[in-house]
Write a protein that binds this ligand. Sequence first.
Ligand code: CO
Length: 137
Amino acid sequence: MLKKIYHLGYAVEDIAAAARFYEEHFGVQVGEPEEVAEQGIVATMFEVGESMVELVQPTRPDSPVGRFLQKRGEGFHHVAFQVEDLQASLKELKESGVELIDEEPRVGASGARMAFVHPKGAHGVLTELVELPSDKR
Ligand code: CO
């Protein structure tokens, strides 16, 4: 089901400061932040080889990432696996009893189709599945 680690998501208080940190000290190029209003976040990415790191800042304290920051502080938030067929993967997981946050794909940053698996059902790790438009046949 899984093609690769697409990105790791970091929850940050200040996306501009975090982007500057990785640019200055690790020499990466961070993209323009993009707001995903539905999720209450602004997010951006930088490449690390074939994978990426996603920096996520909440735009409101009551969004899921806002609540995460209040409870846990900054740090690792989720892993995103790239899948071939998101709809089929969600169906397979649901049928085998895995608890999902999103039973249907939704549209995330950059227009990619994505869905979250509940961390309770995934040994404590919030797990995102992503299907890229280029994977569509
Ligand atoms: Co993500």
